[in-house]
Design a protein around this ligand. Structure first.
Ligand code: NAP
Length: 347
């Protein structure tokens, strides 16, 4: 089968579109013919190489995929060839106390499929194999490109806002990178709960896009001082929740934008891991700083229910043939994407 593979870390030039063996099935596995996969930031981290994390080489990235089932292992009972499905990308032991309690992300064996798995085990290929537990029916009415690129950002944003920050109706929520993969989900999840999203992005075009998705206030970070705008919007009170994933470049403004007793939830650090904090603000203003990582299968299923009812829409701005994965990653690295990029294997 064709797949996008890298055998060493580096720039997009290490990505090879080449033939590799089809995955072989274990008794509890399902094989899907991939109709579309998604492009995520973790594809870029894996390709570049991350300190402290071993990427198994040769590597196929892709933590999102949707397609048709073409094979099932001997122990798989309720999934059959022809089913239209998408992948829940969290792999865990399924037997520990956390897994038994639906808290997959706390499992000591938790891995993100297509990022921490391998060698050659991800969605950016013609065929992909995952355990039956990781198969989710494709919501009706979604195009393959939509179904194949939504899971990771939907479940992550859902857990950040619903499971961790516990947003409430009326909450003002500052969303960094609001036109990006996580941000477009965050805006819509806020709306589902009656919260009031404040979108931050780097261009007027992106902000118009955020407004159409439901953002109530818009801040152009290239032209405006974000924490100053937040003071104006909130009449100096500060926001209830900050949705963080940028890290070093935005941390100080995130902290300055929080209300007394407010909650900052973060899942990433695109611009750098160092985030200096004046602890006096933390204790005096009694702020809550929360970490969040991926989401459990229930987070995905909850999010998909709102997607099926049309309250949350998948947002795909580009679809590229699989062989053009390098172009897709470059667009992401340059912040030129609104929503998601789908990658489509050739028919
Ligand atoms: P994305 O689609 O590329 O969107 C990221 C957005 O961040 C960009 O659109 C950009 O928006 C904004 N941004 C980038 N650099 C910035 C800077 N210096 N200052 C302010 N804004 C900046 O990526 P994503 O899928 O949303 O993921 C975002 C981050 O979250 C990545 O680091 C990813 O690895 C991480 N993540 C973590 C988890 C987890 O479970 N731990 C899950 C998903 C993602 P503008 O330029 O328009 O402002």
């Amino acid at each position: 089968m064709k797949a996008v593979v890298f055998e060493e870390h580096g720039g997009v030039d290490v990505l090879q579109y080449k033939d590799v063996a089809e995955p072989s099935l274990g008794p509890n596995d399902v094989l899907i013919k991939v109709k579309a996969s998604g492009c995520n930031y973790n594809d870029i981290w894996a390709r570049r190489g991350l300190p402290g994390m071993r990427v198994l080489l040769p590597h196929i990235s892709g933590s999102d995929a949707a397609g048709e089932v073409v094979g099932v292992g001997s122990e798989v009972a309720d999934i059959k060839a022809g089913d239209e499905v998408l992948v829940y990308p969290g792999l865990s032991c399924r037997t520990c106390q956390f897994c038994a309690n639906g808290q997959d992300t706390f499992c000591r064996q938790y891995k993100i499929w297509g990022f921490q798995t391998g060698p050659l085990d991800g969605g950016q290929a013609e065929f992909a194999k995952v355990p039956a537990f990781n198969i989710v029916p494709k919501p009706q009415g979604l195009a393959w490109e939509e179904a194949g690129s939504l899971a990771l950002v939907l479940l992550t944003a859902w857990r950040m806002l619903v499971g961790r920050a516990r947003i409430q109706a009326g909450d003002l929520v500052l969303i960094w990178g609001a036109a990006g993969g996580l941000g477009t989900m965050a805006i819509q999840i806020c709306r589902v709960f009656g919260a009031r999203p404040i979108a931050v992005a780097s261009s007027a075009e992106k902000l118009e896009f955020c407004s159409k998705l439901g953002a109530e206030h818009l801040i152009n970070r290239k032209k405006q001082d974000v924490s100053e705008e937040i003071r104006k919007i909130t009449d100096r009170r500060g926001v209830d929740v900050v949705f963080e994933h940028v890290g070093n470049a935005t941390w100080a403004q995130s902290v300055a934008s929080l209300k007394w007793g407010g909650t900052l939830v973060t899942c990433g650090a695109t611009s750098g891991f160092e985030a200096p904090t004046d602890l006096r603000f933390l204790w005096n203003k009694q702020m809550n700083f929360l970490g969040s990582h991926m989401g459990n299968k229930t987070d995905l299923l909850e999010g998909l229910r709102w997607m099926e009812s049309g309250h949350i829409k998948p947002v795909v701005s580009h679809a590229f043939p699989l062989r053009e994965t390098g172009t897709a990653q470059t667009l992401m690295e340059n912040n030129e994407v609104m929503g998601k990029i789908a990658l489509v294997p050739e028919a």
